[in-house]
Design a protein around this ligand. Structure first.
Ligand code: SF4
Length: 335
């Protein structure tokens, strides 16, 4: 999941939608709105600081970039464009809603130097999208993805796990739809219930019952394994900085080490599927980035197998890639 970017948060003021999980309406007025000068300053500061500019993107995050007023959108992109290409940064990344994509805006983004577009798909169940007031269908994700590809952009999809009214079948169907679309990248966001959102209201009324944490971790691990096996790069699992929690966390699946917890579960699943019946000790060789993930967050993998009478021996192995594990001579990729 090594990926570096200069993140510029563009709050979506005046968004006409009211997605169940979004706190943009609550935080409007309390966040600053970046302008061209802020973009230039962020790029100049990063110019010498990043270890490899060719691996770094200027990323406009925070909502529906293509739905903000055109003048403002081009002001931000024009400020970023001179820093891209040649000895500069790799490209410009934006994120937006699937129903805010058409040929006209894609042409404009292309001319402004944008290279990667991420779509907030969230779920590929129309029922879940409707219950969470997204205001677009799953078909909109398929159509926008196709068009983005036709225009030659890198395509990313963002999905959420554990939305209101989403069950395990919906989660699996969403993962399968992502596999069918085969984006270049994906971000997996287990839901965070934020203050001031519809989800917070439903949660407090007892109408939104969260799946337990372990179930959601299992789903995210399953998805990460499937995406990774299909060659889809996983850019992020879970919100990783507390400032992204905006107006405050009410409930949900926030954990500062969520990515590591999901990675540990992936390793546990790999071990479980591949150990012979009746064994009492398993030797797992791991690349250097996976030594602690193999033992599990707070050693949970060790404990999990110990309860089943299986001792876990974790051996760092420099012949493996940093994110590979080897079990019984077979090598598996992790994220
Ligand atoms: S998540 Fe939904 S409500 Fe929030 S800014 Fe995006 S489209 Fe608007």
């Amino acid at each position: 999941m090594s990926h570096s970017n200069i993140a510029i948060f563009v709050p979506h003021m005046g968004c006409p939608h009211c997605c169940s999980f979004c706190d943009q309406h609550t935080i409007t007025g309390s966040v600053s709105v970046p302008h061209a000068e802020d973009v230039r300053r962020a790029c100049e500061q990063a110019w010498d600081e990043v270890s490899d500019r060719s691996e770094t993107e200027i990323a406009f995050f925070g909502g529906s970039f293509t739905a903000i007023p055109r003048d403002y959108m081009t002001e931000l992109l024009d400020a970023a464009k001179p820093f891209v290409g040649g000895e500069g940064f790799r490209g410009i990344r934006i994120s937006t809603r699937p129903d805010c994509i058409d040929g006209e805006v894609l042409g404009l983004l292309k001319s402004c130097g944008v290279t990667a577009i991420e779509l907030g798909a969230q779920s590929m169940s129309d029922r879940v999208l409707e219950q969470n007031e997204r205001g677009h269908s799953a078909q909109a994700v398929y159509s926008a993805s196709k068009l983005i590809r036709q225009y030659g952009f890198e395509l990313g999809l963002q999905i959420m796990v554990g939305l209101y009214k989403s069950d395990i079948a919906d989660e699996r169907a969403t993962a399968q739809a992502v596999l069918d679309i085969a984006p270049d990248t994906v971000r997996i966001y287990p839901v965070c219930v934020l203050e001031g959102t519809k989800l917070a209201e439903l949660y407090r009324k007892g109408e939104y019952r969260l799946m337990d944490f372990d179930t959601v971790i299992g789903i995210a691990a399953e998805e990460a394994a499937a995406f990774s096996a299909a060659g889809i790069r996983i850019l992020r699992i879970g919100l990783h900085a507390s400032e992204e929690v905006g107006s405050g966390l009410v409930a949900g699946y926030y954990h500062p080490a969520l990515g590591e917890i999901v990675r540990s579960r992936m390793i546990r699943d790999i071990i479980e599927k591949n150990i012979p019946d009746g064994c009492s000790r398993v030797e797992v060789r791991v690349g250097k980035s996976l030594v602690s993930a193999a033992a599990g967050h707070k050693k949970c993998n060790r404990e999990y197998f110990e309860k089943r009478g299986i001792g876990l021996e974790i051996i760092p192995d420099s012949t493996l890639d940093s994110r590979q594990i080897s079990l019984g001579g077979e090598v598996f990729d992790c994220v």
